[in-house]
Structure formats: C-alpha cells, structure tokens
Design a protein around this ligand. Structure first.
Ligand SMILES: Cc1cc2nc3c(=O)[nH]c(=O)nc-3n(C[C@H](O)[C@H](O)[C@H](O)COP(=O)(O)OP(=O)(O)OC[C@H]3O[C@@H](n4cnc5c(N)ncnc54)[C@H](O)[C@@H]3O)c2cc1C
Length: 397
C-alpha cells in the first residue's frame, strides 16, 4: 500500500479501520479526519440508551488511544474535495482551508439524516444521526407532552419505543401498510408491529405526512395526507439518510446507480479507484454475485473495515461473514441473520405473541433467520447460512 493512509470520516468505519491497521502492524502515518467536533463514537445507543438514560457520550475509544496508537485524529475538519490525480484532499477546519496528501485514501463518511422540508428552524422537530441530535432530542423529550414519529423504519421504531419508555404518548406515521416490511417482509413486520400496539403506540400506516403544524416557531402537530392533524409538541423525523458525497464532485470517483442504493461504487473489497477505498454506510460494494449493494448496519461496517485493512496490509481475507443486524425495541432484541428478500417464503417456527423466531427461504434454500427475544436460538442457526441449507431439513429438525 502507498503511505500515508488518510481516512475520511471519523465514525465507526474510520476508527475500526485505523485500529485494524495498527493491530495488523501498520507503522506508517495514519490520519483520521472527521467533520464532527467529537472523537469517533457509537451510533446505535443514540436511539436507545442515550434517549432513555443519562449518557452524554458513546465514545468508541479512550481519549489517550489516539496518541498511544499514533493516530492523527483531526476533528472538526471537513473534507471538501478529493483529487485522485494529485493524491490530495482539501480540508476545511473552521474556515482554514488546507491540502492533505495521501498515499492511500479511505472514505468512510456515512450518511446524513433526511430532513422534513422546511422544518430546519422549527423548534421541537428532530432527526437522529449524531450524538448532538440525540442530546437535543432528549432535552426536548424531557418536557414533551405528546410525540409524533414520522417513519416506522428501524430508527423510527426504536425512537418510538424509547419515548414510550419515558411515558410520552407517541403516534407513529408510516406510508407503507406494514412497518419494516421492506426490511423483514410483511409477516415479520406485522409481528414487530404487535410490540408497538402492545405499548399503546398510535400507529397510523398507509398515510404520509403532508406538513407540520407550527405556531410561534414551534411545532404543534403533523398534518397527515388523509387530512387528519395529530397534535405533537415533539416530532422525530425518521425517514432515512443518504450519503452526502458532494465533496467527491469532479473527482472521477464513481457513484453506484441509485437503483442499487447509490453511494461510492467499489469492487468486492472496497476499492473505488487506484489508491482510493470506501467502506461503511456511504460505500456500495459488489457482492459475491457481482451485484452492487449498499448496507447501513453496524456489523457490516465492522466487517468491511476488517476486509479493507487486510487488503492494505497485504494479506487479503474473503468476505465470508453472514450478514447480521439487530434492533432493540420494547426490551426485546430483534435480530436478523442472512440477506433474505422481502418476498422470500417465511416460516414462523416459534411465536409466543411477543418473542418469535422465523426462517426465510427461497427456492427451498434457507436465506435468513429473524428473531425477537430469541438470541441464543437465532445465533445457533448461523452455520446453516454459511452453506446452502434446504429449509426442509431445518423444519423437520
Ligand atoms: C440512531 C442510530 C441507531 C442505529 N442503530 C443500529 C442498530 O441498532 N443496529 C445496527 O446494525 N446498526 C445501527 N445503526 C447503524 C450504524 O450505526 C451505522 O451503520 C454505522 O454508524 C455506519 O458507520 P460509518 O463509519 O459508515 O458512518 P458513520 O458512523 O456515520 O461515520 C461517518 C462520519 O464521517 C463524517 N463525515 C461525513 N462527511 C465528511 C467529510 N466530507 N469530511 C469529514 N468527515 C465527514 C461524519 O460526520 C461522521 O462522523 C444505527 C444508526 C443510527 C444513526
């Protein structure tokens, strides 16, 4: 690999890559550049423990780690341009613009939250992507009397669960008929929906939000596309995020087609163009079938950081991991192994009305396993996803 290694994005992927490089024996210069004023921190607790508890940080490393590991961490520094021809990036730190040279560049710039149009300056309206977002939301939740969550994706569902844990009445609005159906299919989406109804969440599906109701600069409610107004003095917009890649304009670094999730187009080990890699939520790698695929899950980022580090250290590893993600809602850990399609066959093998375990199959072969409150049982199925396993064999076992 060419030195120095410059990593853009001081989040999960950036710090995991730096750590893997140092642990793997890389002795050269290592620069980690992040736009946020914070050292790398973990995002999953933001919609969970940070909202319901009193954490003010979820740092991934002790402060001394960076000096001890000779990682030149530059926080509050935004990369505004990349020039692969001259192997430089342009950085902006508090208005001071500079160039940083790289031998190898790794882009791990994550996502930004999609916002509700026209809501930026309205008090009481929140998104949740950064620790500052989460702390601002928690501060408003302390005095909120009624909340509305726009979007019932994983983060929207988790925020709803956290707000209910704080005893705030919550309405969740979701344009699809079934929450999470895109990710887990309609059958499992309905089983997760039960948890919300059991917790007295007012769930409105099949309708969008047209506009916010605002008085004196503060939100007072949301107006649904069916004309109904829902009162709320706290609104959380959970309508997903997108890779904000304007800093790559004119760089020649390829983008993946929108239909495959967009993001930085890479090969199967994260290489985008010579000496430039990308990983994490912003990256779109080709999978084993040659299809482009952009994934927004914690373990996926960690796996990719290990693969890129191994690549740079000169002892490549294959991408063998079984896809995995989790979500915490209403005291249950919801987990999925594998990468089933939302229209795969679903086989519910265990359901007590709250906790459940189900298999997915396509053409008779196991494609995934999903569970709620079934951690041990679910993890035991992992080996079956490493090789093609007939679903009949599992159902008969
Ligand atoms: C609220 C929340 C809850 C989540 N819960 C779960 C969960 O339960 N389970 C799960 O599997 N996953 C979860 N995730 C997803 C998981 O956290 C992400 O997949 C992971 O953080 C992505 O890592 P990353 O390094 O790609 O990006 P990030 O962690 O987002 O880091 C990217 C960093 O790059 C910085 N950056 C961007 N552009 C620039 C630039 N031009 N110059 C310099 N810096 C830049 C950003 O400011 C950011 O700090 C959750 C995410 C969120 C937001």
């Amino acid at each position: 690999m060419n030195e120095p290694i410059v990593i853009v994005g001081a989040g999960l992927g950036g710090i995991r890559l730096a750590e893997n490089l140092r642990n793997g024996g890389y002795e050269g210069e290592l620069v980690l550049i992040g736009e946020e004023p914070h050292a790398p921190y973990d995002r999953p607790p933001l919609s969970k423990a940070v909202l319901t508890g009193d954490h003010t940080t979820t740092d991934l490393k002790r402060p001394e780690y960076y000096t001890d590991s000779r990682i030149d961490l530059r926080t509050g520094t935004r990369v505004t341009a990349v020039d692969p021809a001259s192997h430089t990036v342009t950085v902006d730190h508090d208005g001071v613009v500079d160039q940083v040279s790289y031998g190898t560049l790794v882009l791990a710039t994550g996502l930004v939250a999609r916002r509700f149009p026209g809501a930026d300056d309205v008090r009481g309206v929140h998104v949740i992507r950064t620790i500052d977002d989460a702390l601002a939301l928690r501060a408003d939740a302390a005095t909120a009397t009624k909340a509305a969550v726009v979007g019932a994706g994983f983060i929207g569902c988790e925020v709803a669960a956290s707000l209910r844990a704080l005893d705030i009445p919550v309405t969740v609005v979701e344009p699809a008929q079934t929450p999470l159906a895109v990710a887990v299919g309609a059958t499992i989406g309905e089983m997760i929906t039960r948890l919300h109804r059991e917790a007295d969440v007012d769930l409105r599906t099949g309708t969008g939000v047209d506009e916010l109701a605002v008085a004196d600069g503060a939100v007072t409610g949301i107006v649904l596309s069916d004309g109904t107004t829902i009162d709320a003095d706290l609104v959380v917009v959970g309508i997903g995020g997108y890779p904000d890649l304007g800093y790559l304009d004119g760089s020649g670094i390829p983008m993946a087609p929108r239909e495959s999730g967009g993001g930085i187009a890479c090969n199967g080990v994260g290489l985008a163009v010579d000496d430039v890699y990308a990983l994490g939520d912003a990256a779109n790698w080709t999978d084993v079938h040659g299809d482009h695929n952009r994934v927004e899950h914690w373990n996926h980022v960690v796996d990719q950081a290990a693969i890129v580090a191994a690549q740079l250290l000169g002892h490549p590893i294959a991408h063998q991991a079984v896809p995995y993600f989790w979500s915490d809602q209403y005291g249950l850990k919801i987990q999925m192994l594998g990468a089933p399609h939302s229209d795969d066959d679903v086989h519910v093998v265990d359901d007590d009305g709250r906790r459940f375990l189900a298999y997915y199959s396509r053409d008779g072969i196991l494609t995934g396993v999903v569970g709620a409150g079934r951690v041990g049982k679910l993890m035991k199925t992992r080996p079956h996803l490493l090789t093609p396993t007939p679903i009949a064999a599992l159902l008969d076992a």
